[in-house]
Every structure is written in C-alpha cells, then in structure tokens.
Design a protein around this ligand. Structure first.
Ligand code: PMP
Length: 443
C-alpha cells in the first residue's frame, strides 16, 4: 500500500471480493451523485452531505458545479443550442415526448421518416432505420442478421451490446486480437480459404464486427486494412460508429471519412445518437434490401415504442448544423474544435508523464491507472477540485488495466482544459501514476 492511498482500501491483489467491492463502490458513487443539469462542459452534481462529523444528523444535499470531462457530447449538442433547441421544443408541443406506439402501430411520424433519410444521406448509404436505444441497435439487430450456422468474428474489445447481440444470435463466435488485421486474417484463414465462393463454405454467413473508435481505448479502427481483408475473404463487415460518427472526419462523417474508406465497402453501418448528436437512440444504415429486411423482421422495431419525436428532431437539427444547413459555419467549427481540444489535451498529458492511450483526433483518451485501488481515489480527488472524470475498470476493462477516461468536447475552452490539466497533474502526483524518469509511452 502507499501513503498516497490513505483513507482508501489497501491493495490486496488476488482477492476477488476486493475487486467486486471497488466496482460496487464506483457504481454507488455514480448513483449517489445524480446530475442536475445538461451534460455540457460544466454540469451540476447533487451531493449528499452532513455537517456532523459522526454523520448522525440527517443528511442534506448541495449542488457541486464541475468541469465535465466525462460526457460523450463530443460536439456540445447536449447543451441548449440556438438552432436545435427551439425546434425540439416545437416538436415536443406538436408530437409529445412519446409516440406511445411501435413503428408499425402508429409510431412512425414524419420526423422518423425525415431522420432516416438524413442519416442515410449523411453516411452515403441507400437507406437507414432508427431505434429508440443505441444498445438495442446492436443487441437486437445481430440476432436478426445472423443465426445458427453463421460465423461472427469480433474484435476482442467490442462493446457489450455487440457481444450480447452476437451471443444472442446463436452464431459461432470467434474473437480476433484487438484492432489487429493480421490476426483477423489468421482467424478467417482457419475457417475458409481465400476467394472461396460464399455458397461453397462451411458457414452460411460470416460477419466481421469492429468499432470506429474503441470506447475504452480511444483508438481508431484500422478500417482500411480490415475492409481489404473482408473483401478478400468475402466476409460482411459491421461497423459500430457510436463514438466516431459526428466526432471525427473533416465533415463529421466518422472513421470512413478520416481514414479514406468508401462507405460502399461497409455492409452494415451502425451508430448511436447519444454522443455527437446530443440525443437518444441508434441507427443501422446499409442497402435498401438490408433496411427493408430489418423493417419487416426486427422484433426490437416491431414490438418496441418508437424513438421519442423530440429526440428525432434533435438529431435532424444537429445534422443540419453539422452540414451548415442552419446557414452558419458552427458545425464545421465544432468539428475542428473537438479535434484541436483532443490533440492538445492528449499531448499535454503525455508531456506530464501520464500513460495515455488512443490515437490523435480521438476525443476519447484513457489515462492508465492500472491499480484498481486508485479508481475511486482518482475520481474523488479530482472531484474535490470540481473536475469530474469517469473512471473505468473490470468488467469494462481487464482487471489490472483500470483507467480514467477523459472525453473531450467542442464546448471546452482552452482555459477549462488548462484548469483540468493542472488538477489531473496534481492528482497524478498524489496517487503516483506518472512515469518518473522514463519516457512516457508513445502510442
Ligand atoms: N456501441 C458502443 C461502441 C458504445 O460505446 C455504446 C455505449 N456507449 C453503445 C453501442 C450503446 O449505445 P447507447 O448508449 O446509445 O445505448
């Protein structure tokens, strides 16, 4: 144990109860500090406190205004916006918050149709279908796309919604080493030979699943190489752009635009509206035939209430701002800003001696803590100085790869980033998580 950790639990590796307790402690921290504002660059946390040191008196609450380094609102659209907000309020008045109906029972509004058109055009695909929840867009779609007799080849760090969708499909699942095209090829070669026609293979269908930006690593998918391998072996490719759509690429069109991949080479494009668009829900985009098939067969769409209309309007409006259709260049500025903020913050953290994961341009930057005992300590010490940082560990990461995960937004100003860097540096010294003497790792 270390003096820096006094007041926190001692380190005792190998004790499962210990890790379980750390996980529960982290979850409890979040539930006990609900948020009372929009998740913008700053937000309000509701804290319970007692003036009595014995904590026998009734607890009361107070608001702590914090610099928010954990929001997925990469473009700042989760905050009130001069273009989006009035339109969302109008849609609220016109349609109400809920359609109270599934898409096929009266839950398809003009807004849903308009949104699907905008999403397909934005991504350069023939058609799209939207869902009320991003998680469901993966977990409920995969079992409709593939089943027993099919093969899913999944990146080892794919999101839980993809893992559960794959498991629920009944297909055989193989995993390839995270973002390693050569290992993907190895796994494919074990199953089929190059150029073998789809009809002559032991698998009814093969789907390779990857993400645009990996949410726990902050790295960009090696998409050009992976697409080339999928073409070579005639495997379908499924790309989850939850964290990359809107946030990267010159015009916000995600990892394809950034890395120069033609969207026509992607069979199934999935993404969520819960990050860059500041709304709710998710989408699948692809060929007309694929989307029509999903419309007629996917239970999560046939038997679930459709996306809230104001949420749909928020996405439509945000896409219009991104494309400059609001008559301003705010969208382009937001995209440039989140990139500048991310690249500045990552390089400053590295200069300070932190081990930071992820690629340039990615707004997701994990700072490695390794030791799970430092997880609650890191977030609580930052919070004491009004900086809110998300910390993640098992089961979202391997047990001994705990990390703080910074997410940056176009809403953060340079002054705010400098304040955050100062606080993180102090906490890094306190907890002993900087590299001393050694060069920080280059990623
Ligand atoms: N895919 C990925 C890669 C994610 O990180 C997430 C959640 N952050 C989801 C899907 C689920 O999306 P949502 O939170 O919008 O339900």
């Amino acid at each position: 144990s270390s003096n820096n950790l006094q007041g926190y639990a001692p380190i005792c590796l190998g004790n499962e109860d210990f890790y379980q307790r750390r996980l529960y402690q982290r979850i409890r921290d979040c539930f006990e500090r609900p948020i009372a504002s929009a998740p913008d660059a700053w937000f309000d946390l509701v804290e319970r406190f007692s003036n009595d040191s014995n904590k026998t008196l009734k607890r009361t609450t107070r608001i702590r205004r914090c610099l928010n380094l954990g929001s997925y609102s990469y473009l700042g659209f989760a905050a009130p916006d001069e273009y989006c907000t009035p339109r969302v309020i109008d849609s609220w008045n016109k349609y109400s918050p809920s359609t109270c109906s599934s898409r096929v029972d009266g839950g398809t509004t003009v807004l849903h149709k308009e949104l699907e058109k905008h999403v397909a055009n934005f991504l350069g695909k023939q058609d799209a279908i939207v869902f009320g929840m991003g998680y469901v867009s993966n977990s409920a779609i995969l079992p409709v796309l593939i089943g027993k007799g099919g093969l899913i080849i999944s990146d080892s760090l794919n999101h839980c919604s993809l893992v559960n969708g794959a498991r629920g499909s009944g297909a055989t699942i193989r995993v390839f080493q995270h973002n390693t095209p050569s290992h993907l090829e190895e796994v494919l070669r074990e199953q089929i030979s190059e150029g073998q026609p789809r009809t002559h293979r032991p698998w009814k269908k093969i789907i390779v699943i990857v993400e645009g930006i990996y949410s726990m690593e902050g790295d960009l998918c090696k998409l050009p190489e992976i697409v080339a391998i999928c073409k070579k072996y005639k495997a379908y490719i499924y790309l989850d752009e939850a964290h990359s759509i809107g946030a990267i690429g010159k015009t916000g069109r995600g990892v394809c635009e950034l890395l120069g991949v033609d969207p026509a080479d992607l069979d199934i494009m999935m993404g969520t509206f819960t990050k860059s668009f500041g709304s709710c829900g998710g989408y699948i985009a692809g060929s007309k035939e694929l989307i029509q098939y999903l419309k007629y067969t996917c239970p999560a769409h046939l038997y679930a209430t459709s996306m809230s209309p104001p949420a749909a309007e928020q996405i439509i409006s945000a896409i219009k701002v991104i494309l400059g259709e609001d008559g301003t260049s705010r969208g382009a500025q937001k995209i440039a800003r989140v990139r500048e903020n991310s690249n500045f913050f990552r390089s400053e953290l590295q200069k300070m001696g932190f081990e930071v994961l992820g690629d340039n341009d990615s707004p997701v930057m994990p700072i490695m803590l390794y030791n799970p005992a430092k997880i609650p300590a890191f977030s609580r010490e930052c919070l004491k100085q009004n900086v809110a940082v998300v910390v993640v560990s098992f089961p979202a990461t391997p047990l001994l790869l705990a990390r703080a995960r910074i997410c940056l937004s176009a809403s953060h100003t340079k002054e705010e980033l400098l304040k955050a860097l100062e606080v993180i540096s102090q906490v890094g010294d306190l907890l002993g998580i900087k590299y001393f003497g050694a060069e920080p790792k280059k990623h």
